[in-house]
Design a protein around this ligand. Structure first.
Ligand code: GMT
Length: 375
């Protein structure tokens, strides 16, 4: 197939899923065309089947807000026509699904019907999408998609709850490439971070409010009172400086390292003992799956799709968002006993294997075929 992929080209979960999916599809012999405003962060390999078409927006002085959606729709028309794509797969509804709808309408004037698959990722529904500012457009563009997928059952349920959707939504969970995300021998790095054999806790995110990064610091401040440990904070975003200040206030600065944005996440996860994800809302929790694939158990909130990934008492524990005491107590429970920690690590990997790329990829391929056939 010739597949067009539209996504945010950043380290954000939806962009990562879209890019990894495109790379895997190219590996299976499909021709994949990314249409984005920047080279996707994870589009780091050369393949004869991978193409990148940049969307550039002219910044005329008249525009207070450069019309990205229009530039994207125009670029999509161009790419679909000249590359003769079979299907467009847009990740994150806003504004990709509506731009694809507009491109589809324009393409009809050329006698071309391009089926559109929209994948819902989370905040496009739970935070941004249900905002009054976007809701009519999000509802319309989901209903106008030829196929709709969601990354968890919970996100599917929320979509029906918050919007008037007539379309069927297929749940295709996020996936993990175990050839990349697996335990790597990084003992020298572990010694450098934790020279006295301290346990290593880790959090990776975009440091947005929804991630409750302050809870990560508060949980750690409780854990370190019982277990000699270090905390690695990976990523960057609006809440980072608040977290740095909180570390000072709680007197844990010497044991917390802010590593900023990192490419080789699997190496950091390989030296880690416990992953913290106390999010207020989380449709899937790809970062937690990456941790589990590297044998790192997870202490998370029970928000959104997290219970579909993190199995309470098996791969980690789940508590209500904001339950810092509960999460700290369970973190200590896992870390205080070497044998117990080893069991949780094994369980984390075993469960991550269920989300292996090779299990999930055919679901997308079959869905594309179904949508193309019906159009
Ligand atoms: O988590 C974020 O803030 C980024 C966001 C995105 O769209 O890039 O992530 C969402 O999509 C990911 C991939 O499907 C999911 O793993 C995340 O759980 C989801 N984030 C939220 O629901 C908050």
């Amino acid at each position: 197939m010739k597949i067009g992929i539209v996504c945010y080209p950043t380290f954000g979960g939806s962009g990562v899923v879209a890019t990894e999916l495109g790379k895997a599809l190219a590996g299976r012999g499909h021709q994949v065309h990314f249409v984005t405003y920047n080279q996707p962060a994870r589009l780091d390999l050369f393949s004869e089947n991978l193409f990148y078409h940049e969307v550039s927006v002219s910044n005329y002085p008249l525009f207070d807000f450069p019309p990205y959606e229009l530039a994207l729709a125009s670029r999509l028309v161009d790419v679909v026509r000249h590359e003769q794509l079979d299907v467009l797969h847009v990740h994150y509804a806003i504004p990709h699904a509506s731009a694809a709808f507009m491109a589809k309408q324009i393409l009809m004037t050329y006698g071309i019907y391009i089926p559109v698959v929209t994948t819902l990722h989370g905040t496009d529904i739970t935070l941004v999408g249900k905002d009054r500012t976007f809701k009519p457009v999000v509802t319309f563009s989901i209903n106008q998609s030829d196929g709709v997928t969601a990354v968890s059952q919970n996100l599917k349920d929320d979509t029906y709850k918050f919007f008037e959707i007539q379309k069927d939504i297929l749940v295709i969970p996020n996936f993990i490439d175990l050839t990349r995300f697996s335990l790597k021998p990084k003992d020298h790095f572990k010694k450098a971070i934790a020279p006295s054999g301290e346990k290593i806790l880790v959090h990776t995110s975009n440091f947005r409010k929804v991630k409750r990064t302050e809870d990560v610091i508060k949980i750690f401040a409780k854990v370190i009172k019982k277990i000699p440990s270090k905390l690695l904070m990976v990523g960057d975003g609006p809440e980072r400086s608040m977290c740095e200040q909180l570390c000072r206030d709680l007197g844990v600065t010497d044991n917390v390292r802010f590593l900023g944005k990192q490419d080789a996440i699997e190496e950091i996860l390989s030296v880690s003992d416990l992953f913290l994800m106390p999010s207020q809302s989380e449709s899937f929790g790809l970062a937690a799956l990456e941790a589990m694939a590297c044998k790192v158990p997870v202490i998370s909130s029970n928000a959104g799709g997290l219970p579909e990934l993190n199995v309470d008492g098996l791969t980690g524990f789940l508590k209500d968002p904001g339950d810092v005491d509960g999460m700290a107590e369970k973190a200590i429970f896992i870390l205080e006993d070497e044998e117990r920690l080893a069991t949780f690590k094994e369980n984390a990997l075993a469960h991550a294997k269920e989300f292996e790329l090779s299990n999930i990829l055919p679901m997308y391929e079959n869905f594309y075929l179904e949508v193309i056939e019906q159009s």
